[in-house]
Design a protein around this ligand. Structure first.
Ligand SMILES: *[C@@H]1O[C@H](CO)[C@@H](O)[C@H](O)[C@H]1NC(C)=O
Ligand SMILES: *[C@@H]1O[C@H](CO)[C@@H](O)[C@H](O)[C@H]1NC(C)=O
Ligand SMILES: *[C@@H]1O[C@H](CO)[C@@H](O)[C@H](O)[C@H]1NC(C)=O
Ligand SMILES: *[C@@H]1O[C@H](CO)[C@@H](O)[C@H](O)[C@H]1NC(C)=O
Ligand SMILES: *[C@@H]1O[C@H](CO)[C@@H](O)[C@H](O)[C@H]1NC(C)=O
Ligand SMILES: *[C@@H]1O[C@H](CO)[C@@H](O)[C@H](O)[C@H]1NC(C)=O
Length: 488
């Protein structure tokens, strides 16, 4: 029920890194929401609030009233239900205190059961029926306080009110005196009941939302190796046009609480900006985030990659290396081969103006597969530098890499001295023509970005520079989310 609220909050928590002054933040991922994003969020919140609120039951109202010519009548208005609310106009304003949302000119439709009893000298008289009420010119305002309490976002209803301007009642049946009686004696009570109940419910919803947020974990797991620390470190910072929040954003290894490289880079301070201020959200990711992931995966796996199957299998046959390493062919003629790329240290990742640059230091073991045995015959140390870029199209993150630099040296060899220039040329061809295309094939297919209950990124652009990747995007509904699809 409150999922959409949370998403909304997540969206709110993302803001454009405009006009934020430098401070000592430590967050590595920051989210910004622009005014356009706040408008979207507000509309979503109002839509969610209404669908969560209605049907809304109001307490019964009872009155004993003196009606001219009839006498003392006991009237009861019960089963009062607001079954529809419409908001014509609404505004959102972010400020020091929080977010203020005002819905004005709202209308509500209610229905209720009426009944009355009174006694004459001879009889007890009673009657009952239904009535409908139209509430017009209703104004509902909420100031949502947002603050960071020990790394968790707290929301509170700082100020909340509802005001009913005008209300019209239509009775279905009943005596004519009853109509005036209900209007005279109940319309104010009904208006107050509407005002009080809506105010209470909105407050209640915010408090419930807060408890849902409190129950969220401070880490988000990625598979069973890495977890992203989502502790809030900066903000929320609210200006009149945007909202900004920063999270720790570094990866830690699950089951191993030690994190290194917590350098305290400031994301918010440098005022990263989307080229297009109309974009709803900006998400800024520092290269430290990528490096922390690199470190975690490296520590967890001591990454090594065996290449024993290539489209051009000649390259994995000693005969293919006959003229480059003659001694290899002489010692192991026509044998199969494999290459064992073992990464020696966590790949370092830098975000430059042109894109992402990854540097990997690896040992490549050249193995010969001879009579079912794997015989390492030589080892080459390689420094590989690859540049890459990423793009987001609908809900897919895709990209590509290019080999930009390759240096290598021989570590040891059982097959004599290698002509490193020849080996380098061969390896470089292998990487460029075979390995990079294989990696790119996977990257081009891309990875699906999870949607938030039907909402996803749209019109996304990615900007690189200043050690950061900045994703600028709109948010849109990509499908209708049905929360209880499985149950119903
Ligand atoms: C950052 O922190 C240092 C020491 O804690 C302080 O001297 C400096 O003024 C702070 N800078 C900002 C911009 O707050
Ligand atoms: C998560 O980040 C916060 C703030 O930077 C830090 O204090 C906390 O130790 C981190 N938690 C883990 C498990 O690394
Ligand atoms: C290596 O290549 C030679 C010549 O093409 C072939 O006879 C031999 O079967 C190949 N060895 C393996 C293990 O594929
Ligand atoms: C690859 O090389 C590393 C480092 O020597 C070694 O630990 C690993 O077992 C090798 N993998 C295979 C499948 O040969
Ligand atoms: C790789 O380089 C080629 C030629 O310079 C270029 O056309 C291509 O777009 C680059 N690809 C990536 C993924 O950077
Ligand atoms: C995406 O961009 C197009 C063209 O600028 C615009 O019409 C559309 O509304 C945008 N989508 C969202 C969700 O803002």
């Amino acid at each position: 029920m409150y999922q959409k609220f949370i998403i909304t909050l997540i969206i709110i928590s993302s803001s454009l890194a405009h006009d934020v002054k430098s401070s000592n933040e430590t967050g590595h991922i920051s989210f910004g929401v622009s005014q356009t994003g706040l408008e979207f969020t507000k509309n979503l919140m109002i839509k969610t609030a209404i669908s969560n609120l209605i049907p809304l039951n109001l307490p019964d109202i009872e009155q004993s009233v003196q009606i001219p010519l009839v006498g003392k009548v006991k009237m009861v208005v019960s089963n009062i239900v607001i079954y529809d609310v419409e908001v014509v106009k609404s505004v959102v304003q972010s400020g020091d205190m929080g977010l203020t949302i005002v819905a004005s000119g709202a209308t509500a439709d209610l229905r209720f059961d009426w009944s009355y009893t009174y006694s004459t000298w001879f009889f007890d008289i009673s009657d009952s029926g239904v009535a409908s009420v139209k509430v017009e010119g209703m104004e509902i305002g909420l100031t949502l306080g947002l603050k960071n309490e020990q790394g968790t976002l707290r929301v509170s209803p700082l100020d909340c009110g509802c005001y009913v301007n005008y209300l019209s009642i239509v009775l279905d049946g009943g005596a004519s005196w009853l109509y005036q009686g209900i209007v005279d004696f109940f319309s104010e009570d009904i208006a107050y009941a509407v005002e009080d109940t809506i105010t209470d419910k909105v407050k209640e919803a915010v408090i419930q939302l807060d408890s849902v947020i409190q129950s969220l974990p401070k880490q988000v797991s990625f598979g069973d190796t890495a977890a992203l620390n989502v502790t809030i470190t900066d903000g929320p910072i609210m200006s009149s046009t945007s909202l900004l929040i920063g999270i720790d954003g570094l990866f830690t290894q699950i089951g191993n609480e030690v994190t290194s490289g917590r350098s305290g880079n400031s994301l918010l301070s440098s005022g990263s900006v989307c080229n297009n201020p109309m974009k709803m959200v900006a998400i800024s990711v520092h290269e430290d985030v990528l490096n922390s992931a690199s470190l975690v995966y490296f520590n967890a796996n001591k990454i090594s990659w065996i290449v024993d199957n290539l489209p051009d299998q000649k390259l994995l046959n000693t005969s293919g290396w006959r003229f480059i390493i003659p001694k290899l062919y002489k010692q192991f003629p026509n044998d199969g081969m494999s290459l064992n790329f073992t990464i020696l240290s966590p790949p370092t990742i830098k975000v430059e103006n042109e894109g992402i640059v990854a540097t990997v230091k690896s040992d490549v073991f050249i193995n010969v597969l001879d009579a079912g045995k794997v015989i390492p015959v030589a080892c080459i140390t390689m420094d590989i530098e690859a540049s890459g870029f990423a793009g987001i199209s609908s809900n897919t993150l895709a990209g590509g890499i290019n080999l930009s630099k390759l240096t290598m040296s021989l570590k040891w060899s059982n097959i004599g001295t290698l002509h490193m220039t020849l080996v380098q040329t061969a390896m470089s061809t292998l990487l460029k023509k075979i390995i990079v295309p294989v990696v790119n094939l996977r990257l081009r297919v891309g990875y699906t970005i999870p949607d938030f209950h039907g909402y996803g990124l749209q019109n996304t652009s990615i900007i690189y520079g200043d050690s950061k990747i900045i994703v600028c995007s709109d948010v849109a509904q990509i499908y209708e989310y049905v929360p209880h699809r499985i149950l119903s």
